[in-house]
Ligand binder design. Structure first.
Ligand code: ZN
Length: 265
């Protein structure tokens, strides 16, 4: 079966295990159903996810021009504490920023390898945790906008990592830890304006289970620019990574905007 299209991060469904879909314009692949099959990936060109032109992808699926002009990739995305829409101040497009920033946000703890603190829109729970390959997660606090979430993350950042060790995550080396206990110890460390939201936030632990038959022992990242054609037996999916029998891992997110042919053999 041959599929062709532009890579976008895989869509997911929170299930046991999580369901993954690679969605193209005219068709899609349910990744869970092709685990243990040989698949061949061929890189055929670029298509910017924003302007649709066949220009080299710079970052996050966007060409250089779109990356530096689109409202979807302002600095406040990666650094939520820079959000200013709640003050009526524009970064690139106030209408867009108001829509995205002024809505419920969650500050959370997640364990993909070590304990990490992060921020997401409430509508992205649990998608955000799945994308990171987290095994467990808990909400610390729900706040009404991105700015409050951002300053909370900054206040807690020094106590935790804000990065996932992706090699450990892919090898399923996950720290054993009591997330509920850690969460409850954080109340006093929250910024004063955030403290009132703590008690009303849902503090249930989410457990996430990925469809993986075999975790890689030695990891090699597939680089489509250097290796435009690859074939291997798929052994699972975790985060946004496809895991192959020979230890090759393919991070779909890194290659958003790349056009590919995918053959399921
Ligand atoms: Zn573009």
């Amino acid at each position: 079966m041959l599929y062709e299209g532009v890579l976008n991060k895989m869509q997911t469904e929170f299930n046991t295990p999580i369901e993954y879909y690679l969605v193209f314009k005219n068709n899609f692949i349910n990744i869970n159903q092709i685990i243990d099959r040989d698949i061949k990936i061929d890189f055929t060109g670029y298509e910017c996810l924003n302007c649709g032109q066949h220009k080299k992808i710079f970052r996050q699926g966007f060409c250089y021009e779109c990356f530096y002009s689109s409202a979807q990739v302002g600095d406040w995305i990666m650094r939520p504490e820079l959000s200013k829409a709640h003050l009526g101040i524009e970064d690139r497009d106030l209408e867009y920023e108001t829509k995205v920033q002024i809505q419920p946000h969650i500050v959370y703890l997640a364990v993909a390898s070590d304990v990490k603190v992060g921020v997401t829109r409430k509508t992205q729970v649990p998608t955000r945790w799945i994308d990171q390959g987290a095994s467990k997660a808990i909400e610390i606090v729900e706040v009404p906008n991105r700015y409050l979430a951002g300053i909370t993350e900054v206040a807690l950042k020094d106590m935790f990592t804000d990065k996932t060790n992706w090699r450990k995550m892919l090898q399923n080396e996950v720290l054993e830890t009591n997330l509920e206990e850690i969460r409850n110890s954080l109340k006093d460390k929250l910024p004063d304006e955030v403290k009132p939201y703590f008690d009303q936030t849902n503090s249930a632990i989410f457990n996430l289970d990925y469809p993986v038959l075999q975790f890689p022992k030695k990891i090699t990242s597939l680089n489509l620019d250097k290796t435009p054609s690859y074939q291997g037996k798929l052994k699972g999916v975790k985060g946004q990574y496809l895991l192959f029998e020979d230890g090759t891992v393919f991070n779909i997110r890194t290659y958003e905007g790349y056009m590919v042919n995918i053959e399921v053999i």
